[in-house]
Design a protein. Structure first.
Lengths: 224, 219, 223
């Protein structure tokens, strides 16, 4: 039992490092995602202009841009394995859960990198008051965790369909709606000076629920 | 045979009674009648989704294809009833409040259910191989299961409410004529029976189709 | 020489199949099959195309869940669960692909680390030596010829000295020297544990003391 747990952890860690190294070597995934995020941000900024203190629209747009960035890029982790035919290799060296967790952590790091570029740019371009940093970051981080957990599971499923990633946005949307709702509300609240306790709890609860159920479901992902 | 006939007569009779016999709820006026369709349809939508999800989990646990038949059939029918519920709700909203869609909590909830059904069915349509389709859609169904309580209760509260709550104003004294309640409950039963019948038909069809194909292959 | 060469399995090892059968949709992939294999031994798996050789190996490797039946790997008295089986079974087949953006060594070290091997780099170095790929250790995978890629697959299968090695057409793309080393590797593994190789090649068929022959399915076989 002890050996099993530590070799699972070793597998997750090895997969995470491999993902990062692969991504760094090719980089087209990251480049495409950053380009997409910045482009959609530019489009919004161009169309709407600085928003001053329209914090309701500001928070909605921020999350819409982040969502689009996530939806366009987080499925790559699994689609790449399928298209490169390397899934067999992965399945021979690690359990399905270890594979999924490795990808999950990678997706989370990936999201953080994209947000590190997109969010400051957003605040710059769209105007708006300075955020209450601790609450703002709480919303960002909890929302990202919930996003990553949901997207990883769905992309693992979608990668095995015809058309690979095409259905990803549509199929993951119902699972992402709670995140969108709570994150937008919370982000607006912190701009209005209020607390984000309720929204933070929702995001955390949801992230834990999705992650918990995923742990039970990962094992069934690949059987042929 | 007899049961089907009875079901048909039951629903038809209560529809007529709903228009001719039961009175209207004062605040709703003639739109009272929609209670008899919209809510039973919404009820079946939820029941169908729950059944589909339960069967999905059972499939993952037991790996018997009959569970997948049930899950898929229930989802298809649930989608149908969901569309009925959405449209009837929208028409009611137009009659009552002047606009077809307001994103109030109940409308939002039914829309979310529609999305889940659509996503599940789209996913099934894109997977080749019976076993793989069953397994992957079951995984998605189980994951969507955790989203449902959030989508049904928490998210709608995040928006403003236009919908009168509760649906059956039992707190209001003397506002619900027992005849209305009777028709309503009868239609609830009728719709549920209708769903059950259609579900067993659809599941049976899937089974027969599979046996036919196997017979062709094995000679 | 180190821990990474096939070590003789100390406890009795048995690989058992009970009514293993697989269908791909409507198409029969593997007819019901039962057997009991014990180590040390080399077993040759033969049969015409479509008889299920690759299907069987994939099931034994844990990559494919059979439609019916079960396969158990037992070491001593212990039935190994899938997670433990992964560590004790090596697998190589023509469709096994590696990461193009990583080098030979990086691919194998990744595999060794993920498997939780004690000394990944040493295990990798040894495996590369055994298949004659040490000189190309730093090359990226796309730079390898098809023969070299096959050697990489063999190195992967032998990584860490697993108790059971499953080889699907191990000699494909290999020159005479390559085939000779396959023969040598099979021999080494057969002394230490179990090796099953699926093949249509007559020369390879002689490498095994035992054989399992799969017959092609008759009527009802798909077009």
């Amino acid at each position: 039992m002890e050996r099993k747990a530590s070799s699972s952890a070793a597998a997750v860690w090895a997969i995470l490092r491999k993902e990062c190294r692969s991504e760094w070597r090719t980089r087209y995934g990251l480049n495409a995602a950053l380009l997409f995020a910045v482009t959609s941000l530019a489009a919004v900024s161009f169309a709407v202009g600085p928003l001053g203190d329209r914090t309701d629209i500001l928070s909605a747009l921020l999350w819409v841009v982040l969502f689009f960035a996530a939806l366009s890029s987080l499925s790559h982790a699994f689609v790449r394995e399928i298209e490169g035919h390397t899934l067999t290799l992965l399945r021979l060296v690690a359990s399905p859960t270890a594979i999924a967790l490795g990808k999950l952590f990678f997706n989370l790091i990936f999201l953080v990198v994209i947000e590190a570029v997109t969010v400051p740019l957003f605040l710059l371009l769209m105007g708006g008051p300075p955020p209450g940093w601790s609450r703002f970051l709480a919303m960002l981080s909890l929302g990202s965790v919930a996003l990553a957990a949901s997207c990883t599971l769905v992309s693992a499923i979608i990668a095995q369909t015809r058309g690979r990633g095409a259905l990803f946005a549509g199929v993951s949307f119902p699972l992402l709606l709670p995140v969108l709702a709570a994150a937008v509300k919370g982000t607006r609240a912190q701009w209005l000076g209020g607390t984000v306790g309720a929204e933070a709890s929702i995001l955390l609860a949801y992230a834990l629920a999705v992650f918990g159920v995923s742990l039970l479901l990962y094992d069934h992902l690949w059987e042929d | 045979m007899f049961a089907r006939g009875l079901l048909f007569v039951w629903i038809a009779a209560w529809i007529v009674l709903g228009f001719a016999w039961a009175p209207v709820v004062p605040v709703l006026g003639d739109t009272t009648r929609v209670l008899y369709f919209h809510i039973p349809a919404a009820w079946v939508t939820v029941v169908a989704l729950a059944w589909s999800m339960i069967q999905s989990v059972l499939y993952l646990a037991k790996r018997r294809i009959e569970h997948d038949d049930q899950a898929a059939a229930s989802a298809e029918l649930g989608m149908l009833f969901c569309i009925v519920a959405t449209i009837s709700g929208s028409l009611w909203a137009k009659a009552m409040w002047g606009s077809y869609w307001n994103w109030d909590p109940r409308e939002t909830s039914i829309f979310f259910l529609l999305l889940i059904y659509a996503a599940y069915l789209a996913l099934r349509g894109a997977i080749e191989g019976e076993e793989r389709r069953a397994r992957l859609s079951a995984i998605y169904s189980a994951a969507a299961f955790v989203a449902v309580p959030f989508l049904m209760f928490i998210v709608p509260r995040i928006f403003d409410s236009l919908h009168p709550s509760p649906i059956l104003p039992s707190r209001e004294q003397g506002s619900m004529d027992p005849r209305i309640t009777m028709v309503f409950l009868a239609m609830l039963v009728g719709f549920t029976a209708l769903f059950y019948w259609l579900l067993s038909l659809r599941a049976r069809f899937a089974r027969v189709e599979r046996r036919l194909l196997e017979a062709v292959v094995h000679g | 020489m180190s821990a990474a060469v096939a070590q003789p399995v100390t406890a009795p090892l048995a690989l058992e199949a009970e009514g293993l059968m697989h269908r791909y949709g409507r198409r029969q992939g593997l007819d019901p099959l039962s057997f009991r294999l014990a180590a040390p031994s080399a077993v040759v798996l033969t049969g015409p195309n479509g008889s299920g050789k690759s299907t069987l190996l994939r099931i034994l490797a844990g990559l494919l869940r059979p439609t019916a039946g079960s396969a158990t790997l037992r070491i001593g008295a212990e039935d190994l669960p899938p997670s433990a089986r992964r560590l004790r079974v090596g697998f190589a087949s023509p469709e096994l692909a590696f990461y193009d953006e990583l080098s030979v060594t990086e691919n194998l070290v990744f595999a060794a680390e993920a498997r939780g091997l004690a000394d990944p780099r040493v295990a990798v170095a040894t495996a590369l030596e055994r298949v004659g790929l040490a000189a190309r250790a730093r090359d990226l995978v796309p730079e390898l010829s098809s023969g070299m890629k096959q050697r990489l697959r063999l190195a992967f299968a032998l990584l860490g000295g697993p108790a059971v090695v499953l080889l699907d057409e191990p000699g494909s793309h290999l020159d005479d020297e390559g085939r000779a080393s396959v023969a040598r590797l099979v021999d080494e593994q057969a002394r230490a544990g179990l090796v099953i190789l699926a093949t249509n090649d007559e020369r390879e068929m002689k490498l095994g003391a035992q054989s399992i022959e799969l017959r092609r399915r008759g009527l009802g076989d798909p077009a």
